[in-house]
Design a protein around this ligand. Structure first.
Ligand SMILES: Nc1ncnc2c1ncn2[C@@H]1O[C@H](COP(=O)(O)OP(=O)(O)O)[C@@H](O)[C@H]1O
Ligand SMILES: Nc1ncnc2c1ncn2[C@H]1C[C@H](O)[C@@H](COP(=O)(O)O)O1
Length: 222
């Protein structure tokens, strides 16, 4: 029996994985999609035309990058909807505005007018009754030290060359952001509580938690 049937995860569920850079979202996306036989929706890093430029010059490229990410994620949202769900999504659309755009604006690397243009576009596209929110957001959390080691281990040069203060600021902001996030139900997972790299079957307890969480949220809706 496959794990989706065993744990009664609805075939049309949409689960998004959130958390700071390097925490393990893509790894978790692959593991859950494989175990549940779901499709995946990934951020495309290698083909992103702005990401390298952005890391080299935040002031110049932060607005371009946010508009690009918003367009890409919105198209992915449409694809998920057209398939009728059954997806694991690597990073939620909410983090673009709640973490990245806000941080760059508040740190002075995105101008006020660019930030206002971006947020009004985001609100018009996403914060509407027509936008299908995920059934569940899984928030991956871990210590800053663990996350810094993972960024180093993964080895994307643009991230390795970015000052640690950037990742520290982001780590702090994620904690505040998730504490007030309410666009959809949230399941928090600490990265020390599972090890899907060394032990592939350790994804099963995660699925068990997803299952009981989804059942509770369905009961609350009734
Ligand atoms: N459960 C885990 N245990 C150990 N290392 C992990 C785990 N999950 C991810 N990693 C490693 O951490 C790095 C970042 O993981 P990744 O999934 O790419 O993060 P994200 O998508 O959140 O940026 C990669 O080198 C990956 O192999
Ligand atoms: N909205 C964003 N603004 C700036 N940078 C972003 C945004 N979304 C993702 N990123 C960056 C962060 C990483 O360098 C890569 C991929 O993210 P990851 O957390 O490793 O999946 O894109």
């Amino acid at each position: 029996m496959n794990l989706r049937n065993k744990y009664e995860i609805p075939a049309n569920a949409v689960i998004t994985i959130a958390g700071t850079v390097g925490v393990g979202k893509s790894t978790m996306t692959n593991a859950l999609a494989k175990a549940l036989n779901f499709r995946t929706s990934f951020e495309k890093v290698d083909t992103n035309p702005y990401l390298d430029k952005f890391y080299a010059d935040f002031d110049r490229w932060s607005f371009h990058l946010q508009v690009y990410f918003l367009a890409e994620r919105f198209k992915e949202q449409k694809r998920i909807f057209e398939y009728g769900g059954g997806f694991i999504q690597d990073r939620s659309i909410y983090e673009d505005t709640g973490i990245f755009a806000k941080m760059h604006y508040e740190k002075g690397t995105m101008s006020q007018v660019d930030y206002q243009t971006y947020t009004s576009l985001f609100d018009a596209m996403v914060m509407t009754p027509y936008f299908p929110h995920p059934d569940l957001l899984i928030y991956l959390e871990g210590s800053l030290d663990d996350i810094l080691s993972r960024i180093q281990e993964r080895g994307r040069p643009m991230e390795q060359q970015t000052p640690i203060s950037y990742w520290e600021e982001m780590h702090k902001r994620y904690e505040d952001w998730i504490n007030s996030f309410n666009a959809c139900p949230v399941l928090r997972l600490n990265i020390n509580d599972y090890d899907i790299i060394q032990h592939e079957n350790s994804v099963e307890p995660v699925i068990e938690r997803i299952s009981s969480f989804l059942q509770q949220t369905q009961l609350l809706k009734k």
